[in-house]
Design a protein around this ligand. Structure first.
Ligand code: ARG
Length: 587
């Protein structure tokens, strides 16, 4: 259990002994580390509730808690704050216990069934810069919630059922009318090999989209083709399946490179079988009403101070759309996956869409009121001009190009810093890949998920400052120090009471990890982990400067320091994993 949780229990007991709620005993890391290590602020609200004097109550709590306690100092401050400082022995023994805790004190929560919907790419198009944030924030949130003990399913929710497939079908039909997919009489026996490669699709899609934009006749054919696709016309389904397969393969390759891993490769199309019964039921139950030929659900309520347009269930041509699919997907996730929470890591600019979908889901009972539907939106990656990142030519940079760019810069940085110079080319390239990805991911995740940030490749790839490469360098330094100790047969041992400030500070820093991970999970905000990981490495560096581990003559102290390095490395490994960052063995 985390240290603050243990302390909170002790203080909770003390409040309970005063006939008050145990929850008042919550202990947190001190806001004034110069005065104390931890603090408990519960006396003020508790006193208010009980009609007592807060300072007297705080003193009573101190008296109740003090007996045989792990505290070096408990003191009353201001209107009723309790300042807490542990004995060095207690601190050391807590940190020592972390050596056998793979999660470094993170206590499992009551597990919930959670679906994280992130990624959201559209098939037939290459991943681009805009797909970076949802992918890594989503992956990080998924890993964090899992570490906190939840059952988490990551679903990529492919855009695979929209108008673009109609446009592509029509484009292909015009180019290759003799392909069996367009023969309406045929119902099976289509070729096993896809008629198009991913490169073909990438060439075709922009052309098809542009043509449909100019030519209303073509656009109408594309819409009709989509309706037929949805209704199950065999040739269209077969062709669509091929397009989906080749796209998924290409999309997966980029996500793999980013270490972004989905449990489900579902898409908008996955719930097609649910649409008809759902629409029918919502109509019969009176939730959906006709409006201008379309079928809508009113989602605005009297309390609203802004306009919330109605949720569109079916368009006037009878076709389902983005909103319909998201609603049916909620039904599917609740019924098939037992989802208790669904978290959408999707661009903040889709806020209104999710507002409408969530309202429709609750209003129609598709989501019972105890199911949590949440859209913690992500901001954008901007260029130096503060606008969404573009290539020099003004085009959208593909994600693959962006990664290549950062990895190339990382390789230069390694050289500039004389790192990894003596390794063979394969290892060097592997290290550059990891450093580049760390730069990219940390540069992103250090910002709150909802803010926009400027993509600054020089800053992100620097080995100094708050960057991914700095953290990797810290981790690699810990690894190499442990290797050296092993070569010299120096062993780690029990963590003993700190003598130096830097040693104590590192220990205190380690005790904070569980709260940080919890906060990041609750707020769906990996930036808390990013910030803390940086502070941990910075604290480690100060310790490392002050405590010359390999030269230490006191065996017990040396063994304790070494254990501290091991624990710090384990903690950093956990944090970096939550940030989806991989550490090289050496560099
Ligand atoms: N494919 C969508 C887009 O490109 C994003 C999907 C987000 N997820 C969702 N459940 N709607 O805008």
């Amino acid at each position: 259990m985390s240290l603050t949780k243990t302390l909170s229990q002790l203080f909770g007991d003390a409040f309970a002994s005063q006939g008050l709620d145990r929850a008042f005993g919550e202990v947190v890391v001190s806001a004034r580390p110069d005065l104390a290590q931890f603090q408990c602020n519960g006396a003020m609200p508790a006193a208010k509730q009980a009609g007592r004097n807060p300072r007297d109550l705080a003193q009573a709590v101190i008296d109740a808690v003090e007996d045989g306690s792990p505290f070096a100092e408990l003191s009353l401050a201001g209107p009723g704050f309790i300042n807490i400082t542990l004995t060095d022995d207690h601190l050391a023994s807590y940190v020592d216990s972390l050596a056998v805790e793979p999660k470094l004190g993170v206590t499992p929560a009551a597990p919930k069934q959670i679906v994280v919907d992130y990624g959201g790419p559209n098939v037939a198009k290459e991943l681009h810069v805009g797909h970076l944030r949802p992918a890594i924030i989503g992956e990080s949130v998924k890993r964090t919630l899992r570490t906190l003990g939840h059952d988490v399913i990551g679903d990529v929710h492919l855009g695979d059922w929209g108008i673009p497939y109609g446009q592509l079908i029509v484009e292909l039909e015009d180019r290759y009318p003799n392909l069996p997919y367009f023969d309406a009489q045929l119902t099976d026996g289509y070729p096993a090999e896809p008629p198009v490669s991913i490169n073909d699709l990438q060439e075709l899609y922009p052309v098809a989209a542009a043509r449909a934009k100019e030519d209303e006749g073509l656009a109408a054919r594309a819409r009709a083709a989509v309706v037929e696709l949805h209704d199950g016309r065999p040739g269209y389904r077969a062709l669509w399946q091929h397009m989906r397969n080749v796209s998924v393969e290409a999309i997966k390759a980029v996500y793999d490179r980013l270490d972004v891993e989905f449990d489900l490769w579902h898409g908008e199309s996955t719930i097609n079988h649910r649409l008809q019964p759902m629409v029918k039921r919502l109509f019969e139950e009176g939730h959906a009403v006709e409006s201008g030929g379309a079928l809508i659900i009113e989602v605005m309520s009297d309390e609203d101070t802004r306009e919330i347009p109605p949720f569109i269930l079916l368009k006037s041509d009878g076709a389902s759309l983005y909103t319909t699919w998201d609603l049916a997907t909620i039904e599917d996730r609740i019924e098939e996956l037992g989802a208790e929470e669904i978290i959408y890591i999707v661009d903040v600019r889709q806020g209104l869409h999710f507002e409408q979908v969530f309202r429709a889901a609750y209003k129609t009972g598709i989501a019972p009121s105890d199911v949590v539907l949440e859209h913690p939106g992500n901001g954008t990656v901007n260029g130096p001009d503060g606008k969404p990142f573009k290539t020099r030519e003004g085009g959208l940079l593909t994600l693959r190009e962006l990664i290549d760019m950062v990895v190339t810069r990382a390789a230069e940085r390694l050289e500039e810093n004389a790192l990894a110079v003596e390794f063979d080319d394969i290892e060097k390239a592997g290290i550059a890949e990891k450093v580049g990805l760390a730069a990219l991911k940390y540069g992103d995740l250090q910002n709150h998920r909802s803010s926009n940030y400027i993509f600054d490749i020089d800053r992100f790839t620097s080995f100094d400052g708050k960057t991914g490469p700095y953290l990797l360098y810290g981790a690699v330094r810990m690894k190499s120090m442990l290797r050296e100790a092993a070569e010299r047969s120096i062993r780690s041992g029990q963590v003993i009471a700190p003598l130096q400030e830097q040693e104590r500070n590192l220990m205190l820093q380690l005790t904070r990890l569980p709260e940080v991970v919890e906060r990041a999970g609750e707020l769906r905000a990996p930036n808390h982990i990013a910030e803390y990981a940086y502070e941990l490495v910075a604290e480690f560096s100060r310790f490392y400067e002050a405590c010359h581990i390999l030269r230490e003559s006191d065996g017990a102290r040396q063994a304790s320091w070494l254990r501290l390095v091991e624990i710090t490395l384990a903690a950093l490994g956990l944090l970096l994993d939550l940030l989806t960052i991989e550490v090289p063995e050496r560099m």
